[in-house]
Structure formats: structure tokens, C-alpha cells
Design a protein around this ligand. Structure first.
Ligand code: SAM
Length: 273
């Protein structure tokens, strides 16, 4: 412990060893930044392995509910656990849809609601409708782990060393300094027109966003910031990062609604070191 407290599409389970062995090639780094935080698989793994420097980590994502949830866990873990224990004891189909339909006024209650919905909804998928309301249906779990108290406490401890910001990835240019390490894990460029998954929140992550990201990556490089980025291995990605080290690694997709596409696929790990 700690491990990610939310399931998140694009969670990096399979890719972690590949990322870690490349990061280990760096003799050292100053501060750690993760501007597409999601479930935070790499952040938690670095904490678990005691590989993060003592200085603060900068974690951000443009999903406001996600960041609000992590802040509540960091600052009020006892209250989040208490509420989750209540949700656990009342969990059933009717309760799930009742809670899904009602957004509490209190931020800590909203955080416990997100953790509960994440643990009990279909595939842990974070999906919202046009009004920004969570709309993933109930999943089929015999015994969902709704209140994992030890891990929530360990995650809260880990987050105490982090700045958690609701921000677009470009804000990395304001915070990263020479010698820091940045891990960029954007929504992947789709390998085909039908494979696109853009439901992390309102708005998508199209080719213009991929281009802006590549520009940001080059800017970080010029400033002497160590950067490593994961993406799918597509022609656009190879083109955008030409001149950088691009390794193709084979991983199984952790969440793919189409069972036929769950086989190993090539992912690109791009770095400037
Ligand atoms: C592939 S996921 C990251 C998964 C994460 N590495 C993990 O281990 O779970 C991409 C994340 O980027 C966030 N995101 C999408 N567009 C963004 C943007 N323009 N700026 C910052 N974050 C963004 C999404 O909310 C999502 O959490």
C-alpha cells in the first residue's frame, strides 16, 4: 500500500514495470509531476517503492470531481471512511441509483459518493452526461470493496506530500523546473476511429490536444525537465515525437468495452532522457 483508490480507465497496471525501469535510468530527479493523474497508478507505485524524493509532488487532472475526491481523502479521511461504511451497509441497486441521482452539497459527502459509485458501477467507468451528471449504470459485483480503510488511509498519507490541482495539462509549464520529472499519460490517440474513448469528462482530447501536448513535451525538454509520456503507437504519435526516444511495448488493455480488443497491443513510451 498505497494503491490507486479508484479504478480508472487507462489505469497503468500493466505498464508500470516498463515505466519504472526507464525512470530508474535517471540518476535522480527533483520533484515529481503527474498532470494527467487519473487513478495515479505511477504516483502510488513510486510512493510504495519509496522512490519519490522528499520534496512535494505536483498532481493534477482536468476532472474536477476526481481532484475534489482526492483532496477530501487527503484532508478528511476519517469522515470519508465513515460515510463509505454507511454506503457499504446500505448498498443495493435502489441505493446505488438514489445516490447517483443526488449530488450532496458537502464536498466530503461528494467524495465518498464518487468512491462508492466507482467501486460499484460498471467497470469503474467515470462517465457523465451533457449536464456533467455521473451516468454509468450499476456493475455486477458479488462483493465490491466499497470501504478499503487501510488503503484509504495509506493514500491519504501519500497525498499529504502532494499538491492536488484541478488544471489542464498545460499548467505543467508553470510548475515544472529543471531537473524535475514529469509523467504524461494523456487520453490515448485512438488506434482506429471506433476505438476512441473520450469519456473522462466534458470535452474530448482530439488531434489538436495531441499536438499541443507534443509542443508542451518539447518545451519541457528545452527547459531541462525530464519527461516521459505514454500513448498509443499510431502514425500521428510517431510523427509528433520524431527525434525523441520512442519504445514500443506490448501490454494488455485493462478496460476495453469490446472484449475482442483486449489482446496485447503496442503502446509507445516516449522520453527525453
Ligand atoms: C489515461 S488517463 C490517466 C490514467 C492514469 N495514469 C492512471 O494510472 O489511472 C487520462 C487522464 O487525463 C485527464 N485529462 C483529459 N484531458 C485532460 C487535459 N486537457 N488536461 C489534464 N487532464 C486531462 C482525464 O481526466 C484522465 O484522468
Amino acid at each position: 500500500m498505497p494503491r490507486p483508490l479508484l479504478k480508472w480507465v487507462g489505469g497503468k497496471g500493466e505498464l508500470l514495470p516498463e515505466l519504472l525501469c526507464r525512470i530508474e535510468e535517471l540518476p535522480e530527479f527533483r520533484r515529481y509531476h503527474e498532470p494527467f493523474l487519473g487513478g495515479g497508478a505511477l504516483f502510488f507505485e513510486l510512493v510504495r517503492l519509496k522512490k519519490l524524493p522528499r520534496s512535494k509532488a505536483w498532481l493534477s487532472d482536468n476532472n474536477a470531481e476526481l481532484i475534489e475526491t482526492y483532496r477530501a481523502v487527503r484532508d478528511h479521511v476519517d469522515r470519508v471512511i465513515k460515510l463509505l461504511a454507511q454506503h457499504k451497509s446500505r448498498h443495493c441497486e435502489t441505493y446505488f441509483y438514489e445516490l447517483r441521482a443526488n449530488l450532496p452539497a458537502d464536498a466530503i459527502a461528494r467524495a465518498a459518493r464518487i468512491v462508492y459509485l466507482n467501486k460499484t458501477c460498471f467497470n469503474g467507468l467515470y462517465r457523465v452526461n451533457r449536464k456533467g451528471q455521473f451516468n454509468t449504470p450499476l456493475g455486477k459485483y458479488a462483493n465490491p470493496n466499497i470501504c478499503d480503510e487501510p488503503n484509504l488511509r495509506a493514500a491519504a498519507e501519500a497525498f499529504k506530500r502532494a499538491t492536488l490541482e484541478h488544471a489542464p495539462f498545460t499548467s505543467i509549464l508553470k510548475t515544472a523546473e529543471p531537473g524535475d520529472l514529469v509523467y504524461l499519460d494523456p487520453p490515448y490517440h485512438p488506434i482506429s476511429k471506433t476505438s476512441s474513448f473520450t469519456a473522462y469528462g466534458k470535452g474530448g482530447f482530439g488531434e489538436d490536444s495531441q499536438e499541443l501536448l507534443a509542443k508542451t513535451f518539447r518545451e519541457l525538454t528545452v527547459r531541462g525537465v525530464h519527461a516521459i509520456l505514454s500513448n498509443s503507437m499510431t502514425d500521428l504519435v510517431s510523427e509528433l515525437y520524431r527525434g525523441f526516444r520512442i519504445d514500443e511495448v506490448m501490454v494488455k488493455r485493462s478496460i476495453n468495452s469490446n472484449a475482442g480488443k483486449r489482446g496485447p497491443i503496442g503502446e509507445a513510451l516516449i522520453r527525453n532522457f
